[in-house]
Design a protein around this ligand. Structure first.
Ligand code: NAD
Ligand code: USQ
Length: 394
């Protein structure tokens, strides 16, 4: 298959491009390098050094004999997006290319507006390009489990059978997310469902949980193939952050009571789920939703697991939650569709010591402890309207 990976320079996009290329698909990556720009803006860097995209591609050619094409540009530009898709002529488009940090989207008005514009407009441009060029292209869009929020009923895979006043219908599952970033994903999902229903597009919305880990079979083959490992309070996700905190002797930062429960998955399962979705496409007009995670954990239980695995007196600190979210809640989410397609999950218990902690130990000298401290508050401040304190680099 010809697969276009949008956001192919990012944490997940790059290992996915490698995995798809390794199994024989013809891959092109598109990226505007905004993610590298957020690092400059925030004064943060990946714990594991990453090579520029050109060097990554050269390293892959050297170790595998396979070519990955690349194209630099911004999906918010409709002409660029149309031309990139026309030039490559994909069978499938995997769309990772969004601003993906909840705290980043909550810094201030400018960052909220940037996040929603970047994500919603970029995705709309992709939808229009597919509709105009070839509606048979299968769109695989990265959504988020956080779109659902934490409802007091079971979470289904995208759709809900509703019985109301003696009638029934199959409706999109109601969403109540917890940040302007997560809301951008909800808006995307509605736009994609509309495009499938109206133009007959074929799409898979992958509501992914929190990803952990840094290595895949392909990225291990050369240091220039490494993907990022974020541990800062804006882009570092909880499990990756806590592993780095543990090896640096910093207390593991549990926000609030730590009863927040989330679906999670190993990065090796992310790349495999994408392969499965590409090779088993949605049908014409179908808006298919998969919940993409393998295990559920509360933040408290993750902290205890890491504390036990790291040893060396790792400690846990409970701090006031900078976010507005339920700290104790019901959580039960369906996630059988990808298992039915053949996913063989990796489990955290088996990989924490052998993979995550050993990578973090190897690179701990790069860590900057000031980046562990949460810097973004959800509760509205009486700050003036408009762009100010933080300058957007992207
Ligand atoms: P990332 O920030 O590392 O990668 C996203 C990439 O997209 C970056 O390289 C960035 O430069 C690029 N990009 C952003 N806006 C763009 C634009 N307008 N035009 C072109 N390129 C653009 O993020 P990630 O962690 O790899 O996440 C990838 C996707 O998966 C995101 O959509 C995210 O919401 C979703 N996701 C991630 C996680 C996770 O735990 N990391 C979990 C669930 C869902
Ligand atoms: N948390 C802590 N301590 C920390 C960091 C986070 O207790 O040091 C808590 C947060 O309060 C939250 C939970 O851990 O309750 C998860 O936070 P996170 O930063 O790991 O994840 P989140 O903000 O939800 O976002 C990440 C990715 C995003 C993706 C989402 C999947 O950045 O791109 O969409 O995970 S999901 O959570 O399923 O929506």
């Amino acid at each position: 298959m010809r697969v276009l990976v949008l956001g192919g320079d990012g944490y997940l996009g790059w290992p996915t491009a490698l995995h798809l290329s390794a199994v024989g698909h013809h891959v092109m990556v598109v990226d505007n390098f905004a993610r590298r720009g957020y690092d400059d803006e925030l004064g943060a860097t990946s714990l594991v050094p990453i090579a520029p995209l050109d060097r990554r591609i050269d390293a892959w050619r050297a170790v595998s004999g396979r070519t990955i094409e690349s194209c630099a540009g911004d999906l918010v530009d409709p002409v660029f997006t149309h031309n990139a898709i026309e030039r490559f002529g994909p069978d499938a488009i995997v769309h990772f290319a969004e601003q993906r940090s909840a705290p980043y989207s909550m810094i201030d008005q400018a960052h909220a507006v940037y996040t929603q514009t970047n994500n919603v407009v970029g995705t709309l441009n992709v939808l229009y390009a597919i509709a105009e060029l070839n509606p048979a292209i299968h769109l695989i869009k990265l959504g988020s489990m956080g779109e659902y929020g934490t409802p007091n009923i079971d979470i289904e895979e995208g759709w809900l059978e509703v019985h109301h006043n003696g009638r029934r219908d199959r409706m999109l599952y109601p969403k109540r997310p917890g940040s302007f970033y997560h809301l951008s994903k909800v808006h995307d999902s509605h736009n994609i469902e509309f495009a499938c229903r109206t133009w007959g597009l074929a799409a898979t919305d992958l509501n992914q949980g929190i990803v952990y880990g840094q290595e895949t079979e392909e990225t291990r083959r050369h240091r220039d193939l490494s993907t990022r490992f974020d541990y800062d309070a804006v882009f570092g996700t909880v499990l990756n952050r806590m592993v780095v905190q543990a090896v640096c002797g910093h207390p593991l930062t549990v926000y609030g009571t730590g009863g927040q429960t989330r679906g999670m998955l190993d990065i090796r399962d992310t790349v495999e789920c994408i392969r499965l979705a590409c090779e088993h496409p949605a049908g014409p007009g179908e808006f298919r939703v998969f919940n993409q995670f393998t295990e559920e954990f509360s933040i408290r239980s993750i902290a205890s697991m890491i504390q036990r695995a790291a040893g060396d007196g790792a400690s846990v600190v409970m701090i006031d939650d900078p976010r507005v979210e339920a700290e104790e809640h019901y959580y039960h989410a369906a996630h059988s569709a990808l298992l039915d397609l053949g996913l063989q999950p990796h489990y955290l218990e088996d990989t924490l010591v052998e993979s995550l902690l050993s990578i973090a130990r190897r690179h701990r000298h790069h860590a900057d402890a000031s980046l562990f401290v949460p810097s973004v508050q959800w509760r509205a401040t009486a700050s003036p309207v408009g762009p100010r304190a933080h300058t957007l680099v992207a």
